[in-house]
Write a protein that binds this ligand. Structure first.
Ligand SMILES: Nc1ncnc2c1ncn2[C@@H]1O[C@H](COP(=O)(O)OP(=O)(O)OP(=O)(O)O)[C@@H](O)[C@H]1O
Length: 343
């Protein structure tokens, strides 16, 4: 549905040229959710803006739904852009228009009959969970509600593709989850292909099928989310994954933590489950085989691309010998084990 071929984008300032994108190629199959993740300044915004030619690439080809956008006349491009929706970090709603009027905007420009606008906007507001809000102005809405309006507005023109430019970056974690769930629902229900950019691996983990990692204007790694999570190749991909799976040691454990074994203290283990880890009930197996009891201090287990990932902090009760055997057992199940210290 989206194909970028060897996209290079240079910005020319007085005395110098900045290469924001360098020979970027990617393919987003129809109906998939593709994430591009990168740090600040990596080129994410430039990349997503090249897909609808808000930014014209210096060289390369942009093909959306079989059309090479670079070859189109301004009129043809305007028509093609109707089928490429976009939502933004700061929502970009019209503050002087109500929720209804914001969503109706593109339909009005199209001279859609009033009764049809009424029906369509009502349907769209129901789809994004904003029934009853049609007469409100953006100023009275929460961030999550504003993004829902923006999503309804872009769906009004029946896009085949939705571009999401850091769409959840301004939202709190719970609202982020609900907007991501809405995007996934739209993707499945309406078969809309989604390309999103983000600096958070959580977003990729939650809804993407495929991911590309961008650094200094280049795609340094790309593949299925399950593949990248289980076999990350570059240090940057590993760092993004670690950030999505990070776990803090609770402060009272932190205070009691010592580096070396000591009488009366028990090992504190961090278990990291990756895509390669065996999906067995390992804690109870360890308890049975090695007479080890485990106290789960905190855990963060999740699925990405259909594979279980996560991290768990456990306090281990047992003899030193049995504890070492348990560690070897975890490793044999492809679970990464780190002895954080002793508590
Ligand atoms: N209009 C412009 N003129 C000059 N340089 C630009 C322009 N737009 C972007 N750049 C430069 O291109 C590079 C990539 O910027 P871009 O905004 O695409 O990165 P980003 O990954 O989206 O970063 P952020 O997450 O901070 O928005 C940066 O070095 C930026 O300074």
């Amino acid at each position: 549905m989206i194909e970028l071929r060897n996209i290079t984008k240079k910005f020319f300032q007085k005395t110098r040229a900045i290469t924001a994108l360098s020979e970027v190629s990617l393919t987003v199959p129809e109906g998939k959710i593709f994430g591009v993740i990168g740090s600040s300044g990596a080129g994410k915004s430039t990349l997503i803006r090249c897909v609808n030619l808000l930014e014209k690439p210096t060289s390369g080809e942009v093909i959306v739904d079989g059309q090479n956008l670079m070859d189109l006349s301004p009129k043809e491009l305007a028509k093609a852009r109707r089928h490429i929706g976009m939502i933004f970090q700061h929502f970009n709603l019209l503050s002087s228009r109500t929720v209804f009027e914001n969503v109706a905007f593109s339909l009005e420009l199209d001279y859609t009959p009033k009764a049809e606008i009424e029906k369509r906007v009502t349907e769209l507001l129901a789809l994004v969970g904003l029934e009853g809000k049609q007469h409100d102005y953006p100023v009275s809405l929460s961030g999550g509600q504003k993004q829902r309006v923006a999503i309804a507005r872009t769906l009004a023109s029946n896009p085949k593709v939705l571009l999401c430019d850091e769409a959840t970056s301004a939202l709190d974690p719970a609202t982020t989850k609900s907007i991501l769930a809405l995007l996934k629902d739209i993707n499945k229900r309406l078969n809309i292909t989604i390309l999103l950019i983000t600096h958070e691996m959580e977003v990729v983990k939650d809804i993407c099928d495929e991911v590309a990692v961008i650094s200094e204007g280049q795609l340094i790694e790309q593949g299925a989310v399950s593949e990248i999570f289980s076999h990350p190749k570059t240090a940057l991909a590993k760092a993004f994954i670690a950030s999505a799976l990070s776990l803090d040691i609770p402060s009272d454990y932190q205070e009691r933590l010592v580096a070396e074994p000591m009488a009366g203290k028990r090992p504190l283990l961090k278990l990291e489950f990756t895509g390669q880890s065996v999906d067995d009930p390992v804690l109870s197996e360890v308890a049975r085989h090695f007479q080890i009891d485990s106290n789960v201090i905190s855990a963060r287990m999740d699925y990405a691309g259909g594979v279980k990932f996560g991290v768990m902090l456990i306090e281990v009760f047992g003899t030193q010998e049995n504890s070492l055997q348990a560690i070897e057992f975890y490793k044999s199940k492809n679970i990464k084990v780190e002895v954080i210290g002793y508590v």
